[in-house]
Design a protein around this ligand. Structure first.
Ligand code: FES
Length: 129
């Protein structure tokens, strides 16, 4: 079964889904993995509370790139409120293989960026009130 997941990870790494940037995103955020310095940026367009478009850019290892690619696929069309509920376990489940602690950081980089972006815009909007 792990072989299937390995293939799945490699497929996302070689053919990343939603790779690119959005010209005028509603949400954009970038962050890096402190262990290696690899950075990921995620841009989102939000329409009526739903993820209308999502793109990611940056660089990283196969695990980080595959995991953010899977994550962007997972959130397309989803309500932002649901995106906020995505957990580390959800992302690790998507990858489906056992990871060492260092690799877990790689796997969760995309989620960290996504959550910071989604919660960041909310904090910014609150400040406007
Ligand atoms: Fe840098 Fe995995 S080695 S994100």
């Amino acid at each position: 079964m792990e072989d299937f997941y390995r293939e799945y990870i490699l497929d996302h790494y070689r053919n990343p889904r939603n790779r690119g940037v959005i010209e005028s995103p509603d949400i954009t955020y970038a962050d890096s993995n402190p262990l290696c310095g690899d950075e990921i940026q995620i841009d989102l367009l939000v329409k009526d509370g739903l993820v209308d478009d999502v793109k990611f850019s940056g660089r990283g290892c196969a695990i980080s790139q595959a995991s953010v690619s899977m994550l962007t696929e997972m959130i397309e069309g989803k309500p932002i409120d649901e995106v906020k509920e995505i957990t580390k376990e959800d992302v690790l489940e998507l990858l489906g293989i056992t990871l060492t602690p260092v690799r877990v950081k790689c796997a969760l980089l995309g989620l960290k960026v996504l959550k910071s972006g989604v919660y960041g815009i909310e904090a910014a909007e609150d400040e406007d009130l």
